[in-house]
Ligand binder design. Structure first.
Ligand code: ATP
Ligand code: MG
Length: 509
C-alpha cells in the first residue's frame, strides 16, 4: 500500500524521468512530399536542409538529401517507399546518416543502416557514427610496414599487401574476384584482423555463399557482413560501402587492425549514376556524374595505417571492380586503379584453363606492399615473377611449332612448375613460413623433375610435414622473418624428404 511518505517505485521512477526530460522548445523543420518515383522524393519546404541530412517520412521511413535546389530537394529513400505519397510530411531530423559501431556488430549480418538481417536483435551498441567521415590527415598516418597475410601464394609472394593498403581486385564476370577476397578474409582466422564484408548490389545467393564460406572456414565471430543486396533500395546500396567503412574505422581508431572488402564498386558506381540521373544531375563520361571519382576517392582514402600516437591501428581495403572483356581502360576501372595502391588483375583465359586464382602476373602490381613483405619471402620470390612472365610469352610462341632447343624446353618446364605452384584451391591458405619453404625449394631446384600434377599433393601435405620435420626452421622464420643459409638448407632438405616420401608412396601404390 502506498503512503504519502513512502512513494511507490513507480512514482520515484516517473519523477526521475521527468527530471531528465528536456523541456526546452525544440524546432524541427517540416517539409512536404511533392512527387515520388523510383525511390526518390521531391520535397518542398526544407530550404535549410543540408547535403546528406537525415529525413524522416510520416510512416517512419528514412531518407537522405541527395541534391539541393532553391525550392525543392531530392531525397533518396532508404526504405520501402510504397507507403509514401505526395502531400505527406517530411521531418528534418537535424542529424546525418549514422550507423551503430562497436563489438556488438561482430558476427552479425546487417543492412547498411546497421539493422539486423540475420533474424537477431538490434546490435546493442551505445555508439553511432556518421557514414561519411573525413579520412585521417597525412600527419596522423604512418608508413605501411606490416604485412596483411592473405594465405594466397601468388598474392603474398608477388604482390604482397600491407596493413593500411588499398588494393583493387579487378576482372571480368566470374573470374574468382569474390573468392580471392573471401580467401583473404578466411585467412584471418588466427590473426588479429577484424573483417568487414560489404555487398553492393550482389544477388542474395552470392552473399549467402560468402557468409557460409566464412562461417565454415573462417572466424565469423570477428567478421561483420554489411549487405546492400540487389533487392535493396538504391539508397541503401549507395550507403553500403560508406557504412562498412565507418564500422571498420571504429576498430582502426581503437588501435586494432581491420580489413574491408567492398564487393563491388562497379555496381556502386552504377547505383550512383542511377541516383544522379534520377535527380537530374548533368551526366558526364559514360553517363556517370562528374563527381564519381571524388566519391570513390573519398571512400578509399579512409583506409589507412595510423601513426603510433593515434594508436597505430590499420584499415586495409580490398575493393572489387568488374571489367567488360578485360578492359581495364573503361572509366570506372581506370578511376579505381588510379585511386588504389595497386591492382590484382584476374584473367578469363587463365580462369577457364583452371589456373586459379587466375591472377595475371604481368598486369597486377602492388605499389606499397613490398616494404611490408617478409625479407625471407622477398628473398625467395625474387626471380619467380620474371621467370613466370617470360614463360607466358614463351608458351604462346612454342604453340606454333615444336621446341627443339634444350634451354627453351627447360624454361618451359620451369614455368609450368611455377604455374602449378601458384595454382591454389579455395580455403587452402598457406602460412607465410610454408610459402617461404615452397619457394625456397623451388629456387634451390628441389622440385626440379617433379611432374606439375603432383604439386597439389605436395602443397596439401607440406604444412604438416614441415611442422613435424623442420619445426625449428619454421619457428626461426616466423620469429625473425628472415632466412639464413642454415635454415634454408634445413627447409630444402625437409622438402626433398617429402618429395621422396611421395615418390615412395606413389611407387608402392
Ligand atoms: P561474379 O562476377 O559473379 O561476382 P566472381 O568474379 O566474384 O564472379 P567467384 O564467384 O568468386 O567469381 O568465382 C566463380 C567460380 O569460380 C565459383 O564457382 C568459385 O567456386 C570458383 N573459384 C574461384 N576461385 C577458385 C579457386 N581458386 N579454385 C577453384 N575454384 C575457384
Ligand atoms: Mg563476385
Amino acid at each position: 500500500m502506498t503512503t504519502p511518505d513512502a512513494p511507490s517505485d513507480w512514482l520515484v521512477r516517473s519523477r526521475a524521468a521527468l527530471d531528465r526530460a528536456r523541456l526546452a522548445p525544440e524546432a524541427l523543420a517540416v517539409g512536404r512530399v511533392e512527387r515520388i518515383a523510383d525511390g526518390i522524393a521531391q520535397v518542398s519546404g526544407l530550404p535549410d536542409a543540408a547535403m546528406g541530412a537525415l529525413l524522416r517520412f510520416e510512416g517512419g521511413e528514412l531518407g537522405f538529401a541527395h541534391s539541393l535546389g532553391p525550392e525543392e530537394i531530392d531525397v533518396v529513400i532508404c526504405d520501402d517507399g510504397s507507403r509514401i505519397g505526395a502531400g505527406q510530411r517530411v521531418t528534418d531530423t537535424g542529424g546525418v546518416l549514422e550507423v551503430p559501431v562497436g563489438d556488438a556488430l561482430l558476427g552479425r549480418v546487417v543492412d547498411p543502416l546497421g539493422r539486423p538481417l540475420d533474424g537477431g536483435d538490434d546490435p546493442e551498441t551505445d555508439m553511432r557514427l556518421p557514414v561519411e567521415r573525413p579520412a585521417p590527415a597525412i600527419i596522423d598516418r604512418a608508413e605501411v610496414t606490416e604485412p596483411l597475410e592473405t594465405g594466397v601464394l601468388v598474392v603474398d609472394s608477388l604482390f604482397s599487401l600491407g596493413r593500411g593498403q588499398r588494393e583493387l581486385i579487378v576482372g571480368d564476370r566470374a573470374t574468382g574476384k569474390t573468392s580471392l577476397a573471401v580467401d583473404a578474409i578466411v585467412n584471418q582466422k588466427d590473426s588479429d584482423v577484424i573483417c568487414v564484408y560489404v555487398a553492393v548490389g550482389q544477388p542474395a545467393a552470392a552473399v549467402q555463399r560468402v557468409i557460409e564460406a566464412v562461417r565454415s572456414h573462417g572466424a565469423p565471430e570477428r567478421c561483420i557482413f554489411v549487405v546492400g543486396g540487389a533487392s535493396a533500395s538504391p539508397g541503401l546500396q549507395w550507403i553500403a560501402p560508406f557504412a562498412g567503412m565507418t564500422m571498420a574505422e571504429h576498430f582502426r581508431d581503437a588501435g586494432q587492425h581491420a580489413l574491408i572488402v567492398i564487393d563491388d564498386l562497379t555496381r556502386h558506381a552504377a547505383t550512383h549514376r542511377e541516383l544522379a540521373l534520377l535527380t537530374h544531375e548533368p551526366p558526364g563520361r559514360e553517363a556517370y556524374p562528374g563527381d564519381i571519382f571524388y566519391l570513390h576517392a573519398r571512400l578509399l582514402e579512409r583506409a589507412a595505417k595510423l601513426a603510433p600516437e593515434r594508436g597505430g591501428g590499420s584499415l586495409t581495403a580490398l575493393p572489387i571492380a568488374e571489367t567488360d572483356a578485360g578492359s581495364l581502360s573503361a572509366y570506372i576501372p581506370t578511376n579505381l586503379i588510379s585511386i588504389t595502391d595497386g591492382q590484382i588483375v584476374l584473367d578469363t583465359a587463365l580462369f577457364a584453363a583452371n589456373h586459379r586464382p587466375a591472377v595475371d602476373v604481368g598486369l597486377s602490381v602492388s605499389r606499397v606492399g613490398g616494404k611490408a613483405q617478409w625479407p625471407a619471402l622477398r628473398q625467395v620470390s625474387g626471380r619467380v615473377r620474371l621467370d613466370y612472365a617470360q614463360f607466358q610469352e614463351l608458351e604462346m610462341f612454342s604453340r606454333f611449332g615444336g621446341v627443339t632447343n634444350d634451354r627453351v624446353r627447360q624454361q618451359l618446364d620451369r614455368g609450368r612448375r611455377i604455374r602449378s605452384l601458384l595454382t591454389q584451391p579455395k580455403f587452402a591458405g598457406l602460412g607465410m613460413e610454408v610459402q617461404v619453404a615452397l619457394l625456397a625449394a623451388h629456387a634451390d631446384g628441389a622440385l626440379d623433375g617433379m611432374p606439375p600434377e603432383r604439386m597439389a599433393t605436395l602443397r596439401a601435405r607440406l604444412p604438416g610435414w614441415l611442422r613435424s620435420h623442420a619445426a625449428s626452421a619454421m619457428d626461426s622464420i616466423r620469429d625473425t622473418r628472415r632466412l639464413d643459409a642454415q635454415t634454408r638448407a634445413a627447409l630444402s632438405e625437409a622438402v626433398v624428404a617429402l618429395v621422396r616420401d611421395m615418390d615412395g608412396k606413389g611407387g608402392a601404390s
